[in-house]
Design a protein. Structure first.
Length: 447
């Protein structure tokens, strides 16, 4: 992609911003936005809410059928697909993208940063907007957030992109310097003759009566965490992590198939398997119960199907435990790796193997030891104004004024390690904290 902003709030709201961009790009003449049914459910939920306010007609269905309806095609502003999708499928959308463009609409792709170290990036097969969640790069689940989103567009869309753009400029002595170059509330952007020379605008200068979004900031802390993860591992390390995740997913797929379970997306996947358990289980609840005995939550799909996603934290022992859950459900003896075929090729279409390089900048290619990383972080900190120097009066919704003692618990796995879809009985502590915060906020606002 040609350009990316400084980050947005999360993947779902980023998708909503993309939908509005597609609507605005059609000069508000086309009101239909199509969403593939395999997009993440929380994203679809947010899209439905945002679409109402703009009078956008949101259609959810199979992307392969999106262009068959001539009336829909004529009114189509944009299409959103997930890559890889919620069920784990890795689909080649190159031909589909051409068809959408022929209909005069934009292609929006929600994707995963770690997967893109191995998969062909959407920009190479014609996507207009690419977005997703950066939490995969070192940000804990945290019961659903906060997580910084990334948002990238083609050159022609840069002035309609929400959020902030950081541009390369020069300081008073001619040295390279980065500065806030453009800031928007989705549309319109502050007009300027050139991206690198445009006037930096603060929130109060935006033409609010014409704005289509309240996004004028970035998820800076979370974006920096993800960026530092990329700095530490670099392109080689990130690719190694992705290959490990993909390898273990392939091993798991072989293991469950050997037991007789059917992997629905066996033909194409990166880190997610959707598994039909009906051969050995009366229903999916039997499988969920077997997994729960071992401290594992599986994704609830339907009456006969469960979902499994592996991440970079999964090791051999974790994989064996997961395999054991399926062995329990199938009434089979203890699992092992003996006899399982060693994966040799990627489990997704050959034409989608990434060949282009990424993260070429030197900063991503030299800070790969603890001491090097420590020195780099300290070097950056020495350029900044922090509480160790003075009071920081500027800014509002940041965490820079929170005490260190109140921030430390956020690093505990009891806070950071909770998945947003964890069963309610496993998150009593979080529910209590949320309730207390709601009551406190109510008192503060006089509610």
């Amino acid at each position: 992609m040609h350009i990316a902003n400084a980050s947005l709030l999360d993947e779902a709201t980023a998708a909503a911003e993309a939908m509005v961009m597609a609507y605005m790009q059609s000069s508000q003449k086309k009101r239909t936005f199509f969403v593939d049914k395999a997009v993440l459910p929380q994203t679809i939920s947010v899209l439905k809410t945002r679409a109402k306010g703009f009078g956008i007609r949101l259609v959810v269905g199979d992307a392969s059928d999106a262009l068959k309806d001539s009336a829909l095609r004529a009114d189509l502003a944009g299409v959103l697909v997930q890559y890889p999708d919620v069920n784990g499928f890795v689909t080649d959308y190159s031909d589909f993208t051409k068809q959408v463009h022929e209909a005069g609409a934009l292609v929006v792709v929600a994707t995963d940063l770690l997967a893109l170290t191995l998969l062909q990036p959407p920009g190479e097969w014609g996507a207009d907007i690419v977005l997703g969640n950066s939490a995969r790069f070192g940000v804990p689940a945290g019961y659903g957030g906060p997580h910084g989103a990334f948002f990238a567009v083609t050159e022609k869309l840069k002035r309609k992109m929400p959020g902030r753009l950081i541009g390369l400029s020069k300081d008073v002595v001619g040295n390279p310097a980065y500065r806030l170059a453009l800031q928007s509330m989705s549309s319109p952007l502050i007009s300027a003759p050139d991206f690198h020379q445009s006037h930096a605008a603060r929130e109060q200068h935006i033409r609010r009566e014409k704005a289509t979004s309240n996004i004028c900031t970035s998820q800076a802390l979370l974006a920096n965490m993800a960026a530092m993860y990329a700095v530490y591992h670099g392109p080689v390390g990130l690719e190694r992590i992705a290959k490990k995740v993909h390898f273990l997913t392939q091993v798991l797929k072989s293991s469950v198939e050997r037991l007789g379970f059917r992997v629905i997306n066996a033909s194409s996947y990166f880190d997610t398997l959707t598994i039909d358990v009906s051969k050995h289980c009366a229903n999916a609840e039997v499988m969920h119960a077997a997994a729960a005995l071992l401290g594992i939550n599986l994704r609830r799909v339907d009456h006969n199907t469960v979902g499994v996603t592996l991440d970079e934290s999964v090791g051999q022992e974790d994989l064996l435990t997961l395999m054991r859950a399926f062995h329990i459900a199938a009434s089979r003896p203890e699992p092992d790796f003996a006899g399982l075929p060693a994966p040799k090729d990627p489990a997704f279409p050959h034409q989608l193997i990434r060949e282009s390089k990424f993260l070429p900048h030197p900063v991503f290619n030299k800070h790969h030891s603890e001491t090097e990383m420590l020195r780099y972080i300290f070097h950056l900190a020495s350029k900044d104004l922090g509480l160790v120097h003075a009071m920081i009066p500027l800014g509002s919704c940041t965490m820079k004024l929170n005490s260190t003692s109140s921030m430390i618990p956020l690093t505990w796995p009891e806070f950071g390690g909770i998945h947003p879809f964890a069963p309610t009985e496993q998150v009593e502590g979080y529910r209590r904290i949320i309730k207390v915060c709601d009551v406190s906020r109510g008192f503060g606002q006089g509610i």
